[in-house]
Design a protein around this ligand. Sequence first.
Ligand code: SAM
Length: 306
Amino acid sequence: MIIVGIEKSGNFVSHFEELDKREDGAPHFSPATYFLPTDDYIKKRVIYSDSSKRYGMDTYFGRKFLYKTRTRDILEWRRRKIDWTTMALLLVDLHGKRENSLSNQMRQTKAMSPQYAVRWWKKHRMRPPDLDPVEFMMKKLKWRYRKGTLSAGQSRIYLGDSRSKLKTISDQTRRARTKLLLTSPPYQGVTNYFYDQWLRLWLLGGPNKPYSPRQRCKRKFENKDEYTELLKSVFTESKALLARDAVIYVRTDARKFTYDSTIEALEHAFPRKRIRDETRSRPKFSQTALFTSKVKTKGEVDLLMW
Ligand SMILES: C[S@@+](CC[C@H](N)C(=O)[O-])C[C@H]1O[C@@H](n2cnc3c(N)ncnc32)[C@H](O)[C@@H]1O
């Protein structure tokens, strides 16, 4: 049926629903068509307004578009593969550098609070990019699938707190003895991975403003003892899943406390393995190098164990 921008209800959805009904009850639009309403259209027919300011100017997103899916159904991102893939693709490019994302300028790694973001854009006289979202996403999709799609074989995804989740992994998987542990644990005292990702979480059905859940693993990891304990317990627990000759690759923060604690936890869990800091060979690919031009020190490090 209909998607309005990335909204699942509200004025725009109702408007398109009305438009899509002919008198005989048949739908009006063919599947897989979209419509980009102009500012004039929105003010005359959807959100009535005399304002000279463009609709949505001071909001997070530039333009709204209405899309009727191929299946003529509403977006069911929790149930359908195509829909959840669409959401995942949208949220990758939701915010980032201006013109290279769907929003006004914002760090790709963090979503600021709405009031802060709007104040900052006003101060820097920044406007949301005026882009065609369909054209934009088609370009991104062509790039993403230029070498085809990934064949994941018999893979499984577990969602949960790794301190308890790893213990629930079946004996069969344990016996398979994994050859690679690739991870990026939280950085101590730097960011709240929920609060700072609120915009993406909202796109996946979460609240429409920044929030901080109660669980400790969803906060900023300010307590140093709890932080080191987390690293030690998770690495020790994952050891039971790994083959003797497994390779371990860990991306983490270069700041001293996180860096030292990670090395200590890794050496504690894997005393027989060698460890090497791989950072120097590929610093230009770090998040810090990509998004912050002013920082001279390296932001992230890659630790390799074998
Ligand atoms: C440095 S980020 C890495 C994110 C991910 N690798 C990526 O590139 O998007 C650390 C992640 O660990 C998650 N995390 C923190 N504590 C956790 C726990 N106990 N179990 C599972 N994940 C946890 C955070 O929510 C955060 O998403």
